[in-house]
Design a protein around this ligand. Sequence first.
Ligand SMILES: [Fe+2]
Length: 264
Amino acid sequence: MTSALAPVRPRPGAPLRKVARVEDLSAEIRALLDGPRPPVEPPADPVPAPPADASAGRGVLNAVLRGLALRDRMTARHSAAVARYARELAVATGASAAEQRLVHTSGLLHDIGKFILPDSILQAERGLTAQDWELVRRHPAASAEIVAKVPGYDVVARAILHHHERIDGGGYPDGLRGDEIPWISRVISVADAYDAMTARDSYSPRRSVAAAVAELQRVAGSQLDALFVERFVELLGTRGVAFHHADDADFEAELAVEHSFSAG
Ligand SMILES: [Fe+2]
């Protein structure tokens, strides 16, 4: 378990392993981007691009993210990984550039509400009690509440609120099922589950990529959106091993991607 106050960046001099970037997209993914939208699942709830004033809010939210990183390095790393995986999944399913940005932003911010959790839970090296879980289950609403305060981020806030819903209706906070769950939430859920299973610093024991894929496929259609799981598994195969290293996710790199949205 990492220290809550450990810096997010590697110590000076430590080798930085390459982070998969959007620019590194393989020819196959580019072909998907350039070609017609594949018949995966057009969003049931098309999302508008954030309004022009959203760039100021982006700066505020990036500052909040840095605050979370100082408090909880593990969640910051996880958020960066989820943002990267989710965005690449959005690309692979033919999402528009505006939708890809919303997915990335939602991934980075999806667990920002973990601010509400005490260190005794964030750093727990024990099983969580029922009382702990009750608090943990409040983090999507807390995340959404923080993000919803920023003008232009209501779509992101809604996506974040529902990232722990399940396709079969057994999730939280609202027990939404199937297409009732915003499509961005369903994308985030797949990326979230994969990183939680494969990351070195996760709460649960680390699984191999093959074991994680098998588990994603096992829960496809009950916990996770089956079509997004299918596309994600295809993406893992297409991207090769570089895409498999959740531990290489670099918080700073994903914040830089986020900054590029404001500049673009
Ligand atoms: Fe979460």
